[in-house]
Unconditional design. Structure first.
Lengths: 367, 530
């Protein structure tokens, strides 16, 4: 079927088309580029360049809107073909596509192609077969699992063979313990071949950095072997994935066993956490406090990290000579920045793999 | 009893397992940074803002203590207020109250004078207190932000106060700003004197150019890309140009500049460092000594310009009044602190030959100047032309039919500042029935390709110094080799001084004197316009 065409009349950085059916999509993209070239009257200024394929998959239309905006922001720096899929298996089979071309406004125009796919019915279970023909060949593919769709599809062999990176947020899933267990088992089963990036893990990065710094001075390092209590708190009634991952990270890095480990308490602060007001990624997370006690004979070390607005305040009291306090700003970045930085990082992360296994175990026994 | 590790045992026996996989894997030990000359411009514009940015981003360990030391009487509170203002004005990272609170708690001031009878008791007591309460464990960095004449007296003073000796459990380092001498002899003397007080591994000679991301990227560009290194030699490269152009004049540094001039101010340090990194052999690893060994080898291979050849191998210039960036500016001789008959050079261009297997026959053209048309530092690698054009006389350009041997050579432009990035120029066919060709550029812009903001050069260098990583600092023999090259030119210029009417010889806002264009033109080449 020929695509139903509607193109904006005046030259503009934004151009749109609509296509029904998969075969029409590629042709419509090509037509968009041709129109742009003709409208400029200059065969030199427009360059069709792309450096990656960005694919976002979700089940909710409003999350799809947010994802499209984020991918376009990334595309302004890394020209890409961005594909946003909103999949819903509950209706009659149908595939509708909206295409647009977002271009820079200066002389050296580069464009990002945005393809929004609305996939309904049985095809929603076979998204790889829809996405694969739309990808620019020989360009890396980044898959962003938006929100909390079932993880069945992203973890299939065909997806893993196709993508450079799968980005998800384990904190989006209601059943944290099961999700961490699923991720852990998949990572173990695939032995370093699952290129997973967890936004929740990324959110714990400033906390991990600060805790590691506290114990890095030579005089403080032996205290790592004498930690007796760790308390990790987050906002809301439920314990977040971030909190379990942080506890799992400490346990796995310091070799704590389930029986002989220090006391770890991981909990929400009990206050109902306000529901998310927007479909955006939670960039800063809900971790609020980490308190660490260590004991050597009569000496006691105490370290307290507290979230204060968009910074973390650390107070340190480690005998015999460390008694300081400071605040460090949490990285101020938007969702697009966060996603870009996660794409830039390498594949298998053995530290995350060990942390998520330990976190899954913690969450299962103490959650 | 509480278990405490020493520096040596901690490094050997007990790595920090929490650091693995983190972004900041290099964590310095808590230390006290003493800035001598703390009331000066560098401290306020660069050093304190850099330290604050590191603290705000969590790159410094808790407990890092900063002690400002200067002649101006000041209390801790007054010093903190002045530094707060400096951060507000100059920091890359905006001041935040919560971060400032912790930063200010580690900020102290100690009145200090270079006079012989003035001791360091106050400073020592500050440092001892920092060890007791902030865990700095005797680790010290002494930053000499003082005039060149103050370097040796200050080093002696530290020695006599017992502050230079590092032990197995702590470090003592000094950071020294350029100029490292004013010729080969004085540089040797400075090094010899410093070595009486400090070992070479305690001395960090800072050249802020080496802390720039784009300069460090030169190393990555050369040694992490397989496609360029095979071309990086006389076989494929026709010549290299290094330009450090400034649109500013001498500002309030007229008196200093009268003594220094462009050769000492820029060529001996910044340009020689860029040339060394660009031309050196691949180091076997990126340890400080290995990299610096390779740089020294390259500098040693530079053929010195014989004093008799100084005039034919160099061009000197001095700016007259003119227009720069839309403003009318005065000439050098009208600048404050400058003699009205000054013959000091504000521009220099030169051609250097490197006598080694890689570069024999490929000249390096270097130029720097003040009050040039724009501020730009760049390296241009011009590749050799294609040996034969298969297009014969059939290739057309917008200007007409192209002679067979006139296809533009490929250029690789490495922009250091501003607009840090890399451009590769190559030739492409213009779409259409006719065989029309033109140059096209492939651009890589640092700012738009990475979302992360580049740290200031001083942030990188101060952190490296705390970590004991001297890779981006100049070693004594590097400095002396660079002076060997420049002193030969200075000797030649002294023998052949410019005539009293020969300066000024270029208008502010131009790309230097006309002789500079003719100078490179004699070799059938031309300067690249940044």
């Amino acid at each position: 079927m020929a695509p139903a065409v509607s193109v904006t009349s005046a030259p503009s950085p934004l151009r749109y088309r609509h296509a029904s059916g998969l075969h029409a999509v590629t042709g419509a993209l090509h037509q968009l580029h041709s129109e742009l070239l003709r409208s400029s009257g200059d065969d030199r200024s427009q360059v069709r360049t792309s450096v990656m394929n960005l694919v976002a998959a979700c089940t909710d239309r409003s999350r799809g809107d947010g994802a499209a905006a984020d991918l376009l922001r990334i595309g302004m720096r890394h020209p890409a073909r961005a594909i946003v899929i909103v999949a819903n298996a509950e209706h009659e089979p149908q595939l509708e596509a909206d295409l647009s071309l977002q271009c820079g406004l200066d002389d050296n125009q580069v464009c990002t192609e945005l393809v929004r796919l609305d996939v309904q019915g049985e095809p929603a279970y076979h998204l790889t077969s829809i996405v694969a023909p739309l990808l620019i060949p020989d360009m890396p593919v980044y898959l962003w699992v938006v929100g909390a769709p079932p993880l069945r599809q992203p973890f299939t062999d065909e997806v893993i063979a196709l993508v450079e990176r799968i980005i998800l947020d384990s904190g989006e899933y209601a059943d944290v313990a099961d999700t961490l267990e699923l991720i852990s088992s998949q990572l173990e089963k695939r032995a370093g071949r699952l290129p997973l990036a967890d936004i929740a893990w990324q959110r714990t990065q400033p906390w991990r950095q600060l805790i590691a710094q506290v114990f890095d001075p030579w005089a403080a390092r032996p205290w790592l072997r004498h930690i007796s209590n760790v308390s990790i708190r987050c906002a809301g009634r439920d314990t977040t994935s971030d909190a379990w991952l942080l506890g799992g990270w400490m346990g796995s890095r310091l070799g704590w066993t389930r029986d002989g480990s220090p006391q770890i308490s991981v909990a929400g602060d009990g206050d109902p956490h306000p529901p998310k007001g927007s479909p955006d990624i939670d960039v800063l997370g809900r971790l609020t406090e980490v308190e660490i006690h260590a004991r050597q004979g009569a000496d006691i070390a105490h370290v307290l990290l507290q979230r204060r607005g968009d910074s973390i305040h650390t107070s340190i009291d480690i005998p015999p000579a460390m008694s300081t306090a400071r605040s460090v700003a949490l990285p101020l970045r938007d969702e697009a920045d966060l996603l870009s930085s996660m794409m830039a990082e390498g594949g298998d992360d053995p530290v995350y793999r060990a942390a998520v296994a330990s976190a899954a175990s913690l969450a299962a026994t103490r959650g | 009893m509480t278990e405490v590790l020493t520096q040596a045992t901690a490094q050997e026996a007990e790595p920090n397992p929490l650091l693995e996989g983190l972004r900041l894997t290099r964590m310095p030990a808590p230390c006290a940074v003493v800035i001598f000359g703390a009331s000066g411009d560098l401290t306020q514009r660069k050093l304190i803002p850099a330290l604050y940015a590191l603290a705000a981003e969590g790159a410094l360990p808790p407990g890092v203590t900063i002690v400002g030391a200067a002649r101006t009487p000041m209390s801790d509170e007054q010093f903190r207020a002045a530094m707060r203002s400096a951060i507000e004005q100059h920091s890359r990272v905006p001041l935040r109250e919560d971060v400032w609170e912790g930063f200010a708690a580690g900020l102290f001031y100690a009145h200090f004078d270079l006079q012989p009878d003035d001791g360091l008791d106050l400073l020592k007591s500050r440092l001892d207190e920092s060890d007791r309460t902030r865990g700095t464990a005797g680790n010290r960095i002494f930053y000499f932000s003082v005039p060149p004449t103050g370097v040796l007296p200050l080093a002696d003073k530290l020695l006599h106060a017992g502050l230079c000796q590092q032990g197995p459990d702590n470090f003592r380092r000094v950071v020294i700003e350029k100029p490292f001498g004013r010729d080969l002899e004085s540089a040797r003397e400075l090094n010899r004197s410093l070595h009486e007080d400090f070992s070479e591994d305690q001395i960090y000679r800072i050249d802020h150019y080496l802390g720039k991301e784009s300069v460090q990227n030169l190393l990555v560009f050369r040694f992490a890309n397989g496609i360029f290194e095979p071309l990086w030699n006389r076989q494929y490269i026709d010549h290299v140009q290094i330009t450090v152009a400034e649109s500013l004049g001498v500002e309030n540094r007229g008196a200093y500049y009268e003594e220094a001039g462009a050769l000492r101010d820029i060529v001996q340090n910044h340009i020689m460092q860029l040339m060394a990194i660009l031309g050196m052999e691949p180091p076997s690893n990126f340890k400080a000594e290995t990299v610096r060994d390779e740089k020294v080898k390259l500098l040693r291979a530079v053929r010195p310009i014989h004093p008799d050849d100084a005039l034919s191998h160099t061009v000197r210039g001095q700016y007259a009044a003119g227009w720069v960036e839309g403003d009318h500016v005065r000439g050098y001789r009208e600048e404050p602190g400058v003699k009205p008959t000054s013959l000091r050079e504000t521009f220099v261009a030169m051609k250097l030959d490197i006598d080694n297997w890689r570069w024999a026959g490929t000249p390096f053209y270097l130029r720097t100047g003040k009050r040039l048309a724009k501020r730009a530092t760049e390296i241009v690698i011009q590749f050799r032309r294609v040996p034969h054009s298969p297009f014969g006389g059939h290739v057309a350009t917008p200007m007409g039919v192209l002679p067979p041997d006139a296809i533009d050579p490929n250029l690789l432009v490495l922009r250091i500042q501003p607009d840090e990035g890399i451009t590769l120029r190559f030739i492409a066919k213009v779409p259409g029935q006719a065989m029309r060709i033109r140059s096209v550029n492939m651009d890589f812009l640092y700012g738009s390709s990475f979302l992360k903001e580049s740290p200031d050069a001083y942030e990188r260098l101060l952190l490296d110094c705390m970590l004991g990583d001297a890779t981006l600092f100049a070693r004594a023999d590097e400095v002396e080799q660079a002076w060997r090259i420049c002193t030969a030119i200075l000797d030649g210029w002294r023998t052949h001084p410019p005539g009293p009417d020969s300066f000024p010889n270029y208008e502010a806002g131009a790309w230097g004197p006309e002789e500079a264009r003719a100078f490179i033109g004699r070799d059938g080449r031309e300067w690249h316009r940044p």
